[in-house]
Design a protein around this ligand. Structure first.
Ligand SMILES: *Cc1c(COP(=O)(O)O)cnc(C)c1O
Length: 232
């Protein structure tokens, strides 16, 4: 299938899942994950109406940035503090903030550019050691610490990567747990906290994620096909 057909297919599944959860298709943003895919493939997706793309490595954003048509860039992978400066003026949202140290570096670089950076705090409801992100208990403290010390950051919501499950149904409990946190912490009253995005769901599990309340899905393989890691 072509990229266009894949995008149309994902959109219809996304919209149907949104309706099943009492919302409409427009309520759920599709971010096309373009890591390890070429500039031509990305531009083709943009021609098919993709407005937001996600990359997980700073270097790939740097390499592709000038060659990709106008689009919103999302940094979805683990971000090292020493690389924040390269992407601060390129991305519209950073999904992977999991420490105050990283938030403070983002804040400093945002101030230098006179901008306010939208971020999501990455939570790890499954407590998997192999993944980045913080536990439920740590989330609230981190949110308050960021609000107290980072005036150039706007906290827009939460992000999670569910543990890989053979059956996406098994990820449902994790998504539900993160949705609960999203509702709880979204009530914090602060001018720099404006919860809008609950980023959860990938190719294998986005329908379940949407049913549990996700409003931003990050889909790569189902749009572009398998990634060729041998090229890196
Ligand atoms: C690669 C990646 C995705 C997309 O995964 P697919 O299974 O290819 O859809 C989503 N989120 C993050 C953080 C990723 O690194």
């Amino acid at each position: 299938m072509s990229i266009r057909e894949n995008i149309e297919h994902i959109r219809s599944l996304k919209d149907a899942a949104a309706v099943r959860s009492g919302r409409s298709g427009e309520d759920v943003l599709l971010v096309a994950v373009t890591k390890l895919h070429t500039v031509d493939e990305i531009n083709e997706a943009i021609d098919c109406g993709i407005t937001d793309i996600g990359e997980n490595k700073v270097q790939e954003i740097m390499d592709k940035y000038e060659h990709v048509k106008p689009v919103r860039w999302h940094l979805i992978g683990h971000l090292q503090t020493n690389k924040v400066k390269y992407i601060i003026d390129k991305v519209s949202m950073i999904h992977s903030v999991d420490s105050l140290h990283l938030a403070q570096e983002i804040d400093k670089r945002a101030a230098q550019h006179g901008l306010a950076m939208d971020i999501l705090v990455q939570v790890n409801s499954a407590r998997e050691e192999s993944k980045f992100g913080i536990t439920t208990d740590e989330t609230e403290q981190l949110l308050h610490d960021i609000l107290d010390t980072c005036p150039n950051i706007r906290i827009r919501g939460l992000m999670c990567i569910a543990p890989f499950e053979e059956n996406p149904e098994d990820a449902r409990v994790y998504f539900a747990a993160v949705k609960k946190q999203f509702d709880q912490f979204g009530k914090i009253s602060h001018p720099n906290l404006d919860f809008r995005y609950l980023s959860m769901g990938m190719s294998g599990d986005f329908e379940v994620a949407i049913e549990e309340g996700s409003n931003l899905i990050r889909v790569g393989t189902s749009i572009f096909g398998a990634r060729d890691y041998s090229k890196k």
